[in-house]
Design a protein around this ligand. Structure first.
Ligand code: FAD
Length: 460
C-alpha cells in the first residue's frame, strides 16, 4: 500500500500497542542526513510519542562478501555512532561474523517495536530482505525510497532509454532539487536498553574484525577508497573545487583524476545524490561541466534505478530489448578470434594491454574509471564463448571487485554493453548491431600509455 511518493507499507499488520520504540533498519542509506527513510522514522516515532532505534547489521554471507566490502562498510560505523548519539538516537551496529553468530536480530528487535521503517533499494539482496521482513513481522513495515533525487514512484513503468526519461526528469526536477529539511527526535533514546547483540567498532579494530569473518579474504580492502560520509564529503569538496570546472573535458580521460569517483559513496548511501547535486549546482564551475555532471548523476543513475525497479529480469540478458535478442540470435555462432576463461580474465592475462590495465585498476583499487568501463565490458563480449557467459563473467568480476558494485548502475552498465538503453549500430561479426568498441580506437582518445603505466604502479 502506497503511503506517499517515497513510502510504501509492505504488509497490512497493525502497530504494536505496547511498543517501546520505532525501529529503523538501515540497510543501504548509511547516513544521518539527507535520508528520507530516517526522516520518516523520526516522524513516525514523534507521532507515536516513542523513541527511535536505528539498527544496522552486516552479515558474512551476502554474495561476494569480502574484506574490501566489509572494510568499506565498517569504516562508516564509528562516525555514525557519534552522529546518532549527537542526534539523541540509539544506534546499534552488529557484525554477524560466521555461522554460529546470533541470527534473526531484526526479528528480535521487532518484538518491542511499533513499526519497522527500512530502505527501499531496488536490487541485489534488499528486495528479498524487505519481502521476508514484511511477511514475518507482526507489525507494519514501511519501505522508504531515498535513492535518487526524484522518487522512483514518479516513473510508473520501465523507461526505454535516457531520451525517454530525461524530459520527465527535467519537468520534475525543480520540485526536488532543493535543500532538505531535517527533523529531530522528540524523545531521546541513546541509553535505551534493547534486545540485540552489538559490535563496538573503532577504526583501529576494523582489520581484526574483518579477519574474523567467514568471507572472501582474497579481495583486499581498497587503498584509495575509504568508507564513511566524512571521506565521501572530503572527496566531494575536492571534486567540486578542483575537478568539476574541467569535468566536461576530463571525465573521459582515465589517465587523469577527472571524474567525481563518488559512486562507491553513493552505492552505500554515505552521500545522498541530493547533497552532491546541490553542491554541484551551487558551485562556480562552468555551466557545461555542471550540466554534464548532473546528466550522469541524475538522468543516467535514475534510469538504472528505474530499470531495476520495473524489470524483474534486471540481472539477466532477458532484460534486453527485442532488437538485441534478434541480433544475438543471428550472431551467436560467429567465430570469436580470442576466447579467454574467467581465470585468465580475472588475472588480467589477455593480449590487450589496455584491457589488462582496466582489470588491474579494478582488482587492486576497487574501482574502474568510468570511460574504460564500457570498453572493458565490450571486450568481454568479444572474448567469451557466448553472450550468456560474457554476462555472467561481467557481473561476477564487477560485483566481486568494485566497491560500487551490486548496484542498479552495475546491472544497467553491464547490460548497456549488450545494447540496453542504446540503439542498433552498424552490423559486425559477434556484436551484430550492438555498439562496438575497440581498445585501439578508445585508447587513442586519451593517453592510454600513461593510464597503463599508472596501473602498473599499484601494489596488491
Ligand atoms: C560495464 C559497466 C559496469 C558498471 N558498473 C557500475 C557499478 O558497479 N556501479 C556504479 O555505480 N556504476 C557502474 N557503472 C556506471 C559508471 O561507469 C560508474 O557509475 C562511474 O564509473 C562512476 O565513476 P564516477 O563516480 O567517477 O562517475 P562520474 O563521471 O563522476 O559520474 C557521476 C555519477 O553519475 C553516475 N553515473 C556516471 N556514469 C553513469 C552511467 N553510465 N550509468 C549510470 N550512472 C552513472 C554515478 O553515480 C557517478 O558516481 C558501470 C558502467 C559500465 C559500462
Amino acid at each position: 500500500m502506497r503511503i506517499n511518493e517515497r513510502v510504501v507499507q509492505l504488509n497490512d499488520k497493525a502497530p504494536n500497542a505496547n511498543a517501546r520504540y520505532v525501529l529503523y533498519w538501515m540497510q543501504m542509506f548509511k547516513r544521518t542526513s539527507y535520508n528520507h527513510a530516517l526522516i520518516w522514522a523520526i516522524r513516525k516515532a514523534n507521532e507515536l510519542k516513542l523513541p527511535l532505534v536505528v539498527y544496522e547489521g552486516l552479515k558474512y554471507y551476502y554474495p561476494w562478501a569480502s574484506d574490501r566490502i566489509h572494510t568499506f562498510i565498517l569504516e562508516g560505523v564509528e562516525e555514525k555512532r557519534k552522529e546518532y548519539e549527537r542526534l539523541g538516537i540509539r544506534y546499534i551496529f552488529y557484525l554477524q561474523n560466521y555461522e554460529s553468530s546470533q541470527k534473526n536480530t531484526v526479528a528480535a528487535l521487532a518484538k518491542d517495536a511499533a513499526l519497522i521503517v527500512t530502505d527501499d533499494f531496488p536490487c541485489f539482496i534488499i528486495p528479498g530482505h524487505n519481502r521476508r521482513v514484511a511477511e514475518r513481522a507482526e507489525i507494519p513495515v514501511h519501505a522508504v525510497d531515498s535513492n535518487g533525487i526524484i522518487p522512483m514512484s514518479k516513473f510508473d513503468k520501465e523507461e526505454y532509454a535516457a531520451y525517454t526519461i530525461r524530459p520527465k526528469i527535467n519537468r520534475l526536477l525543480g520540485n526536488y532539487l532543493k535543500p532538505f529539511t531535517e527533523d529531530s527526535v522528540e524523545k531521546g533514546s541513546v541509553a535505551l536498553e534493547v534486545d540485540s547483540p552489538e559490535t563496538p567498532v573503532t577504526s583501529a579494530a576494523i582489520g581484526n574484525l574483518v579477519s574474523e569473518c567467514d568471507i572472501d579474504h582474497s579481495v583486499k580492502p581498497s587503498n584509495i577508497y575509504h568508507g564513511g560520509t566524512a571521506n565521501g564529503r572530503k572527496r566531494l569538496k575536492k571534486f567540486v573545487e578542483e575537478i568539476l570546472p574541467d569535468y566536461d573535458n576530463a571525465r573521459n580521460k582515465p589517465d587523469r583524476d577527472g571524474s567525481s569517483r563518488l559512486s562507491a559513496y553513493l552505492h552505500f548511501g554515505y552521500l545522498s545524490p541530493l547533497e552532491i547535486a546541490l553542491a554541484v549546482q551551487d558551485s562556480d564551475a562552468p555551466q557545461g561541466s555542471k550540466e554534464a555532471y548532473l546528466e550522469e548523476l541524475i538522468v543516467r543513475r535514475e534510469l538504472s534505478f528505474n530499470m531495476t525497479r520495473h524489470n524483474e529480469n534486471y540481472d539477466s540478458l532477458d532484460a534486453l530489448p527485442p532488437w538485441v535478442h534478434k541480433t544475438m540470435r543471428e550472431h551467436m555462432d560467429d567465430e570469436r578470434k580470442y576466447i579467454y576463461s574467467l581465470e585468465q580474465l580475472e588475472a588480467g592475462e589477455t593480449h590487450d594491454e589496455l584491457w589488462n590495465a582496466c582489470q588491474r585498476e579494478m582488482v587492486v583499487t576497487g574501482e574502474m574509471h568510468n570511460y574504460v568501463r564500457m570498453l572493458w565490458g565490450k571486450n568481454v563480449i568479444a572474448w567469451s564463448r557466448s553472450y550468456e557467459e560474457a554476462f555472467e563473467t561481467l557481473v561476477h568480476l564487477n560485483n566481486k571487485y568494485c566497491v560500487d558494485g551490486r548496484d542498479p548502475n552495475s546491472y544497467a552498465g553491464i547490460l548497456w554493453c549488450f545494447g540496453k538503453h542504446d540503439r542498433p549500430w552498424m552490423e559486425r561479426p559477434v556484436f551484430g548491431t550492438i555498439r562496438y568498441m575497440t581498445s585501439g580506437s578508445t585508447g587513442r582518445k586519451f593517453d592510454s600509455k600513461k593510464y597503463i603505466e599508472w596501473t602498473k604502479t599499484f601494489r596488491g
